[in-house]
Design a binder for this molecule. Structure first.
Ligand code: 0JX
Ligand code: SF4
Length: 325
Protein backbone atom coordinates (compact mmCIF):
# COMPACT_ATOMS: atom_id res chain seq x y z
CA UNK A 1 0.00 0.00 0.00
CA UNK A 2 1.40 3.41 -0.90
CA UNK A 3 1.70 5.79 1.99
CA UNK A 4 0.22 9.29 1.96
CA UNK A 5 2.87 12.05 1.77
CA UNK A 6 3.46 14.07 4.94
CA UNK A 7 5.82 17.00 5.32
CA UNK A 8 7.14 17.47 8.84
CA UNK A 9 8.31 20.98 9.54
CA UNK A 10 10.61 21.12 12.57
CA UNK A 11 10.89 24.34 14.53
CA UNK A 12 14.42 25.37 15.49
CA UNK A 13 15.53 26.15 18.11
CA UNK A 14 13.55 23.54 20.02
CA UNK A 15 14.14 21.26 23.00
CA UNK A 16 16.86 21.42 25.64
CA UNK A 17 18.14 24.81 26.76
CA UNK A 18 21.44 25.47 28.54
CA UNK A 19 19.79 25.44 31.98
CA UNK A 20 18.19 22.03 31.43
CA UNK A 21 21.37 20.60 30.00
CA UNK A 22 23.30 21.78 33.05
CA UNK A 23 20.69 20.52 35.53
CA UNK A 24 20.63 17.02 34.02
CA UNK A 25 24.45 16.94 33.89
CA UNK A 26 24.59 17.88 37.57
CA UNK A 27 22.52 14.79 38.43
CA UNK A 28 24.54 12.55 36.10
CA UNK A 29 27.93 13.74 37.34
CA UNK A 30 26.77 13.50 40.97
CA UNK A 31 25.70 9.88 40.35
CA UNK A 32 29.12 9.12 38.86
CA UNK A 33 31.06 10.89 41.61
CA UNK A 34 29.10 9.87 44.66
CA UNK A 35 27.34 6.72 43.45
CA UNK A 36 23.62 6.10 43.88
CA UNK A 37 21.36 7.00 45.51
CA UNK A 38 21.50 10.72 44.77
CA UNK A 39 18.34 12.53 45.87
CA UNK A 40 16.67 15.21 43.75
CA UNK A 41 14.11 17.58 45.25
CA UNK A 42 11.30 18.02 42.70
CA UNK A 43 11.55 16.81 39.07
CA UNK A 44 14.98 18.06 37.94
CA UNK A 45 13.16 19.39 34.86
CA UNK A 46 9.51 18.89 34.02
CA UNK A 47 9.83 15.79 31.88
CA UNK A 48 8.85 12.26 32.84
CA UNK A 49 11.24 10.69 30.31
CA UNK A 50 14.21 12.61 31.77
CA UNK A 51 13.15 11.75 35.32
CA UNK A 52 12.76 8.04 34.52
CA UNK A 53 16.14 7.89 32.74
CA UNK A 54 17.83 9.38 35.82
CA UNK A 55 15.88 7.09 38.15
CA UNK A 56 17.24 4.15 36.16
CA UNK A 57 20.75 5.42 36.96
CA UNK A 58 20.01 5.71 40.69
CA UNK A 59 18.48 9.15 41.22
CA UNK A 60 15.65 9.29 43.77
CA UNK A 61 13.11 12.07 43.27
CA UNK A 62 11.37 13.50 46.33
CA UNK A 63 8.94 16.38 46.90
CA UNK A 64 10.47 17.65 50.12
CA UNK A 65 13.86 17.75 51.81
CA UNK A 66 12.40 15.89 54.80
CA UNK A 67 12.30 12.77 52.60
CA UNK A 68 16.11 12.86 52.12
CA UNK A 69 17.95 10.63 54.59
CA UNK A 70 20.82 12.10 56.64
CA UNK A 71 24.16 11.80 54.87
CA UNK A 72 22.73 11.51 51.34
CA UNK A 73 23.55 14.08 48.63
CA UNK A 74 20.60 16.13 47.38
CA UNK A 75 20.13 18.28 44.27
CA UNK A 76 17.66 21.16 43.88
CA UNK A 77 15.82 21.36 40.55
CA UNK A 78 16.40 23.79 37.64
CA UNK A 79 13.37 25.86 38.65
CA UNK A 80 14.96 27.25 41.83
CA UNK A 81 14.04 26.95 45.49
CA UNK A 82 13.01 29.32 48.28
CA UNK A 83 15.89 30.32 50.57
CA UNK A 84 14.34 28.16 53.29
CA UNK A 85 15.34 25.00 51.39
CA UNK A 86 19.17 25.38 51.34
CA UNK A 87 18.86 26.80 54.87
CA UNK A 88 17.12 23.60 56.04
CA UNK A 89 19.72 21.48 54.21
CA UNK A 90 22.50 23.37 55.99
CA UNK A 91 20.84 22.94 59.38
CA UNK A 92 20.80 19.19 58.74
CA UNK A 93 24.38 19.18 57.46
CA UNK A 94 23.25 17.74 54.10
CA UNK A 95 25.55 17.96 51.08
CA UNK A 96 23.49 19.74 48.45
CA UNK A 97 23.97 20.90 44.89
CA UNK A 98 21.86 23.65 43.44
CA UNK A 99 20.81 22.97 39.83
CA UNK A 100 18.80 26.22 39.65
CA UNK A 101 19.32 27.69 36.17
CA UNK A 102 21.71 30.66 36.36
CA UNK A 103 19.07 32.72 34.54
CA UNK A 104 16.56 31.98 37.32
CA UNK A 105 19.21 32.81 39.95
CA UNK A 106 19.74 36.13 38.16
CA UNK A 107 16.05 36.97 38.71
CA UNK A 108 16.45 36.00 42.39
CA UNK A 109 19.37 38.40 42.80
CA UNK A 110 17.54 41.21 40.98
CA UNK A 111 14.53 40.81 43.28
CA UNK A 112 16.84 40.87 46.29
CA UNK A 113 18.58 44.02 45.02
CA UNK A 114 15.27 45.86 44.59
CA UNK A 115 14.16 44.76 48.05
CA UNK A 116 17.42 46.01 49.58
CA UNK A 117 16.85 49.35 47.83
CA UNK A 118 13.43 49.61 49.49
CA UNK A 119 11.18 48.45 46.67
CA UNK A 120 8.36 45.96 46.80
CA UNK A 121 8.43 43.45 43.93
CA UNK A 122 5.52 42.69 41.64
CA UNK A 123 6.25 39.25 40.22
CA UNK A 124 4.55 38.28 36.97
CA UNK A 125 4.10 34.51 36.93
CA UNK A 126 1.88 31.50 37.51
CA UNK A 127 0.72 30.84 41.07
CA UNK A 128 1.95 27.54 42.46
CA UNK A 129 4.69 27.03 39.84
CA UNK A 130 7.97 25.98 41.53
CA UNK A 131 9.89 28.88 39.95
CA UNK A 132 7.37 31.35 41.37
CA UNK A 133 7.54 29.68 44.78
CA UNK A 134 11.35 29.87 44.57
CA UNK A 135 11.48 33.52 43.53
CA UNK A 136 8.91 34.61 46.13
CA UNK A 137 10.83 32.60 48.71
CA UNK A 138 13.98 34.69 48.24
CA UNK A 139 12.41 37.47 50.29
CA UNK A 140 10.29 37.81 53.42
CA UNK A 141 6.50 37.43 53.33
CA UNK A 142 4.84 40.45 51.67
CA UNK A 143 7.99 41.65 49.90
CA UNK A 144 6.78 40.08 46.64
CA UNK A 145 3.22 40.21 45.28
CA UNK A 146 2.15 38.03 42.38
CA UNK A 147 0.16 39.04 39.31
CA UNK A 148 -0.86 36.49 36.70
CA UNK A 149 -2.94 38.55 34.26
CA UNK A 150 -3.66 42.10 33.04
CA UNK A 151 -6.86 41.91 35.15
CA UNK A 152 -4.77 41.22 38.29
CA UNK A 153 -2.82 44.44 37.69
CA UNK A 154 -5.98 46.49 38.21
CA UNK A 155 -6.62 45.02 41.67
CA UNK A 156 -3.16 44.24 43.08
CA UNK A 157 -2.57 45.90 46.46
CA UNK A 158 0.88 47.41 46.95
CA UNK A 159 2.49 49.11 49.93
CA UNK A 160 3.76 52.21 48.06
CA UNK A 161 3.05 52.78 44.33
CA UNK A 162 6.22 54.90 44.06
CA UNK A 163 8.53 52.15 45.34
CA UNK A 164 7.95 49.18 43.11
CA UNK A 165 9.88 46.94 40.74
CA UNK A 166 8.64 44.11 38.58
CA UNK A 167 10.24 40.78 37.79
CA UNK A 168 8.93 37.81 35.82
CA UNK A 169 9.02 34.04 35.64
CA UNK A 170 11.52 33.05 32.91
CA UNK A 171 9.15 30.83 30.92
CA UNK A 172 6.16 33.09 30.20
CA UNK A 173 4.57 34.11 26.92
CA UNK A 174 6.63 37.03 25.60
CA UNK A 175 3.56 38.77 24.13
CA UNK A 176 1.23 38.26 27.10
CA UNK A 177 3.93 39.45 29.48
CA UNK A 178 4.48 42.60 27.42
CA UNK A 179 0.78 43.36 27.94
CA UNK A 180 1.02 42.81 31.69
CA UNK A 181 4.15 44.99 31.93
CA UNK A 182 2.38 47.75 29.96
CA UNK A 183 -0.59 47.57 32.36
CA UNK A 184 1.78 47.78 35.35
CA UNK A 185 3.57 50.79 33.87
CA UNK A 186 0.23 52.48 33.18
CA UNK A 187 -0.98 51.99 36.76
CA UNK A 188 2.40 52.51 38.45
CA UNK A 189 4.44 54.91 36.25
CA UNK A 190 7.42 54.84 38.64
CA UNK A 191 7.77 51.03 38.61
CA UNK A 192 11.34 49.83 37.96
CA UNK A 193 12.03 46.85 35.74
CA UNK A 194 14.85 44.67 34.50
CA UNK A 195 17.24 46.21 31.93
CA UNK A 196 16.60 43.23 29.71
CA UNK A 197 13.45 41.23 30.43
CA UNK A 198 13.51 38.19 32.70
CA UNK A 199 11.98 35.85 30.11
CA UNK A 200 15.00 33.83 29.08
CA UNK A 201 16.63 33.48 25.67
CA UNK A 202 15.43 29.88 25.28
CA UNK A 203 11.78 30.70 25.99
CA UNK A 204 11.96 33.67 23.62
CA UNK A 205 13.66 31.73 20.81
CA UNK A 206 11.31 28.73 21.02
CA UNK A 207 8.26 31.02 20.86
CA UNK A 208 9.73 32.91 17.90
CA UNK A 209 10.39 29.61 16.08
CA UNK A 210 6.79 28.50 16.65
CA UNK A 211 5.51 31.84 15.33
CA UNK A 212 7.48 31.21 12.13
CA UNK A 213 6.13 27.71 11.49
CA UNK A 214 2.56 28.07 12.83
CA UNK A 215 1.15 29.71 9.67
CA UNK A 216 2.85 27.08 7.47
CA UNK A 217 1.47 23.92 9.13
CA UNK A 218 -2.00 22.41 9.45
CA UNK A 219 -1.30 20.91 12.86
CA UNK A 220 1.50 21.25 15.40
CA UNK A 221 2.77 18.86 18.05
CA UNK A 222 4.67 20.30 21.01
CA UNK A 223 6.72 17.70 22.86
CA UNK A 224 6.46 18.58 26.51
CA UNK A 225 4.86 17.78 29.84
CA UNK A 226 1.55 19.12 31.18
CA UNK A 227 3.43 20.74 34.09
CA UNK A 228 6.02 22.40 31.83
CA UNK A 229 5.26 26.13 31.68
CA UNK A 230 7.48 26.90 28.69
CA UNK A 231 6.06 23.96 26.69
CA UNK A 232 2.44 24.97 27.37
CA UNK A 233 3.23 28.50 26.20
CA UNK A 234 4.40 27.08 22.85
CA UNK A 235 0.95 25.54 22.28
CA UNK A 236 -0.72 28.88 23.07
CA UNK A 237 1.66 30.82 20.83
CA UNK A 238 0.94 28.45 17.92
CA UNK A 239 -2.82 28.88 18.43
CA UNK A 240 -2.59 32.66 18.36
CA UNK A 241 -0.28 32.64 15.32
CA UNK A 242 -2.23 30.68 12.78
CA UNK A 243 -2.25 27.05 13.93
CA UNK A 244 -5.39 26.28 15.91
CA UNK A 245 -4.64 22.54 15.83
CA UNK A 246 -1.69 22.73 18.22
CA UNK A 247 -1.37 20.25 21.05
CA UNK A 248 1.00 19.14 23.78
CA UNK A 249 2.17 15.52 23.59
CA UNK A 250 4.50 13.79 26.03
CA UNK A 251 5.74 11.23 23.50
CA UNK A 252 4.82 9.39 20.29
CA UNK A 253 2.43 6.97 21.99
CA UNK A 254 0.18 9.93 22.96
CA UNK A 255 -0.52 10.86 19.34
CA UNK A 256 -3.94 10.21 17.87
CA UNK A 257 -2.85 9.66 14.25
CA UNK A 258 -6.45 9.21 13.07
CA UNK A 259 -7.16 12.78 14.16
CA UNK A 260 -4.24 13.93 11.98
CA UNK A 261 -5.60 12.31 8.81
CA UNK A 262 -5.70 14.74 5.92
CA UNK A 263 -2.88 16.84 7.37
CA UNK A 264 -0.26 17.46 4.68
CA UNK A 265 2.18 19.53 6.73
CA UNK A 266 2.75 18.77 10.39
CA UNK A 267 4.80 21.05 12.62
CA UNK A 268 6.85 19.67 15.49
CA UNK A 269 8.64 21.46 18.28
CA UNK A 270 9.74 20.62 21.82
CA UNK A 271 9.79 22.51 25.09
CA UNK A 272 13.07 23.32 26.83
CA UNK A 273 12.77 20.22 29.03
CA UNK A 274 11.93 17.71 26.25
CA UNK A 275 14.84 15.62 24.91
CA UNK A 276 15.44 15.43 21.14
CA UNK A 277 15.06 11.64 21.28
CA UNK A 278 11.32 12.21 21.82
CA UNK A 279 11.15 14.28 18.61
CA UNK A 280 13.01 11.49 16.79
CA UNK A 281 10.53 8.96 18.19
CA UNK A 282 7.60 10.99 16.79
CA UNK A 283 9.26 11.23 13.36
CA UNK A 284 9.84 7.45 13.37
CA UNK A 285 6.18 6.87 14.31
CA UNK A 286 5.11 9.19 11.47
CA UNK A 287 7.37 7.35 9.00
CA UNK A 288 5.63 4.08 9.88
CA UNK A 289 2.34 5.62 8.68
CA UNK A 290 3.21 8.23 6.04
CA UNK A 291 5.71 8.96 3.29
CA UNK A 292 7.58 11.56 5.35
CA UNK A 293 9.74 14.48 4.23
CA UNK A 294 11.44 16.40 7.05
CA UNK A 295 12.30 20.09 6.81
CA UNK A 296 13.57 22.46 9.47
CA UNK A 297 12.89 26.17 9.84
CA UNK A 298 15.50 27.86 12.01
CA UNK A 299 14.92 31.35 13.37
CA UNK A 300 17.89 31.60 15.78
CA UNK A 301 21.19 29.96 16.66
CA UNK A 302 22.03 29.21 20.27
CA UNK A 303 25.50 28.68 21.70
CA UNK A 304 24.91 29.37 25.39
CA UNK A 305 26.30 26.87 27.90
CA UNK A 306 26.54 27.08 31.68
CA UNK A 307 29.37 25.78 33.87
CA UNK A 308 28.75 23.04 36.40
CA UNK A 309 28.87 24.07 40.10
CA UNK A 310 32.38 24.06 41.59
CA UNK A 311 31.15 22.00 44.54
CA UNK A 312 30.28 19.19 42.14
CA UNK A 313 33.63 19.17 40.41
CA UNK A 314 35.92 19.47 43.40
CA UNK A 315 33.70 19.25 46.47
CA UNK A 316 34.28 16.57 49.10
CA UNK A 317 32.12 13.49 48.64
CA UNK A 318 29.30 13.56 51.19
CA UNK A 319 29.79 11.33 54.21
CA UNK A 320 26.87 8.98 53.97
CA UNK A 321 25.03 7.98 57.12
CA UNK A 322 25.44 4.26 56.38
CA UNK A 323 29.21 4.73 56.04
CA UNK A 324 29.37 6.53 59.36
CA UNK A 325 27.53 3.71 61.16
O1 0JX B 1 7.72 24.62 33.85
P1 0JX B 1 8.99 25.22 33.30
O2 0JX B 1 8.88 25.58 31.88
O3 0JX B 1 9.47 26.35 34.15
O4 0JX B 1 10.12 24.12 33.47
P2 0JX B 1 10.63 22.93 32.58
O5 0JX B 1 9.61 22.42 31.65
O6 0JX B 1 11.25 21.94 33.50
O7 0JX B 1 11.74 23.64 31.70
C1 0JX B 1 13.07 23.74 32.06
C2 0JX B 1 13.34 24.46 33.35
C3 0JX B 1 13.03 25.89 33.21
C4 0JX B 1 13.32 26.73 34.19
O8 0JX B 1 13.23 28.03 33.93
FE1 SF4 C 1 17.19 28.54 32.20
FE2 SF4 C 1 15.52 29.48 30.36
FE3 SF4 C 1 16.14 26.94 30.37
FE4 SF4 C 1 14.62 27.93 32.32
S1 SF4 C 1 14.08 27.74 30.17
S2 SF4 C 1 16.30 26.49 32.54
S3 SF4 C 1 15.55 29.97 32.56
S4 SF4 C 1 17.57 28.65 30.02
Amino acid sequence: MTKTPLTILLAAPRGFCAGVDRAIQIVEVALERFGPPVYVRHEIVHNRFVVQSLEAKGAVFVDELTEVPDGAPVIFSAHGVPKSVPAAAERRGLFYLDATCPLVSKVHREAERHFNEGRQIVLIGHAGHPEVIGTMGQLPEGAVVLVETVADVATVQVADPDNLAYATQTTLSVDETAGIVAALQARFPAIAGPKKEDICYATTNRQQAVKAIAPKVEALLVLGAPNSSNSKRLVEVAKTHGCTRAQLVQRATDIDWAALEGVGTLGITAGASAPEVLVEEVIAAARARFDVTVEELRTAFEDITFKLPKALLDGEAPLRAKEEA
